[in-house]
Design a protein around this ligand. Structure first.
Ligand SMILES: Cc1ncc(COP(=O)(O)O)c(C=O)c1O
Length: 385
């Protein structure tokens, strides 16, 4: 069998590895993947079922059905006051993953470099590598790194830099890029002719303030691919609906290549997505409140454990826990915790080398289960020799 040499560069996903390993235990508390326990809202499920009953089970346009693209355009305009033409500037994709992959292959040539703000969702690396391009990481975690954002970005740019990917609110840190940070990125993107991938899949899970996007900055709509998803927003991870909005020349090629990758998102899922986008705000808000409660509870619980530290987050349902006080590496901590106490979480180095010394907890279960997890973690840390 011929195997592409690119495969030698592809990294195994540590989060998936821990998730799979957790399956072997009977009494495990699984806090690995970003797949919340909330259910898709009933009215959205009903719309999907109705579509199935009406035989909406066919291929659709590669960009998705027009009514969905119109709903997406309305949603983006309402939230960000930025307009996209549903006919030419929007594509509905197989999750944000589909949008990110299509955007990558439509942007990167072999050998190009893509700046990835880190710690970062691990899939970015492999997506860039699948295009025979090179991810270049810039650490933005914490006040100090954010203060040095401009100089660190400038130091990472080479003549091969084509693009930059940002994710706000961030998986895995729950950190937000404030307006001033977005301005710095925008200045640099304009000065160095970079395309920006703005991954905003967690924008509704925000605990304070209002979500701001880099596309709102003058001159950025032209060079940004806005990437969003219904997965986390409406607890629709398995529906596989995401989208991208960008200038027509980019979307045109993404649509063309979607024919060769997926053809389209399943038709009945697209009908569910229209319902979610048009009538799902209340459900999204309720889920956000639930995540806030969980994150606040778990942050306090973790901070009461000697040797651990956890920063208060501004969004998402992830917590990065500083475990350096235990003297263990991230992987040692994660594997030993799973074996001894059956709590599964993800080592921080899964999100780039700068995540070493941390583990990520996904608050995808309710407070009583988090409470039990915190007790087990406390016992585990107390027993570290
Ligand atoms: C930052 C980020 N972007 C994109 C995705 C993918 O989302 P989707 O389910 O829409 O493909 C995830 C999923 O965890 C994520 O954390």
């Amino acid at each position: 069998m011929h195997l592409a040499t690119m495969l030698q560069n592809i990294e195994p996903q540590l989060a998936r590895r821990l998730f799979d390993k957790a399956k072997a235990y009977s009494n495990v508390i699984d806090l690995t993947l970003g797949d919340p326990d909330f259910q898709t809202p009933e009215h959205v499920k009903a719309a999907g079922i109705r579509a199935l009953e009406q035989n909406k089970t066919k291929y659709t346009a590669n960009a998705g059905i027009l009514e969905l693209r119109q709903a997406i355009a309305e949603d983006v305009k309402k939230r960000l006051s930025v307009e996209y033409d549903p006919n030419t500037e929007i594509i509905c994709t197989i999750g944000a993953m589909g949008a990110l992959y299509l955007a990558s292959i439509c942007t990167l040539n072999p050998g190009d470099e893509m700046i990835v703000l880190a710690p970062h969702w691990p899939n970015y690396n492999n997506m860039v590598k699948m295009c025979h391009a090179v991810p270049v990481h810039v650490n933005i975690y914490g006040e100090e790194n954010l203060k040095n954002l401009r100089q660190n970005l400038l130091a990472a740019i080479t003549p091969k830099t084509k693009a930059l990917i940002l994710n706000t609110p961030s998986n895995p840190t729950g950190q937000i890029l404030e307006w001033e940070h977005l301005q710095i990125i925008a200045d640099i993107a304009k000065a160095h002719d970079l395309t920006v991938f703005s991954d905003e899949v967690y924008h509704t899970i925000l605990f304070e303030g209002e979500h701001r996007s880099i596309v709102q900055i003058e001159g950025m709509r032209e060079r940004t691919i806005l990437i969003e998803s219904l997965s986390k927003r409406y607890s629709m991870t398995g529906w596989r609906v995401g989208f991208a909005a960008a200038p027509a020349d980019m979307i045109n090629y993404m649509v063309q290549l979607n024919e060769d990758v997926a053809a389209c998102v399943p038709m009945f899922c697209q009908y569910g997505a229209i319902e979610a986008l048009r009538n799902g705000d209340a459900a999204a808000k309720e889920m956000c409140e639930g995540f806030r409660k969980r994150c606040r509870f778990m942050t306090d619980a973790l901070n009461s454990i000697p040797g651990l530290r956890c920063a208060q987050t501004k969004g998402t349902f992830y917590l990065m826990v500083d475990i350096r006080g235990t003297g263990m590496t991230s992987e040692e901590f994660a594997y030993a915790l799973l074996e001894q106490e059956q709590v599964a979480l993800v080592p921080g180095n899964a999100f780039d080398a700068c995540g070493e010394g941390y583990v990520r907890i996904a608050c995808t279960v309710d407070v009583p289960v988090l409470e039990e997890a915190a007790q087990r973690i406390r016992r585990f840390v107390a027993n570290i020799k």
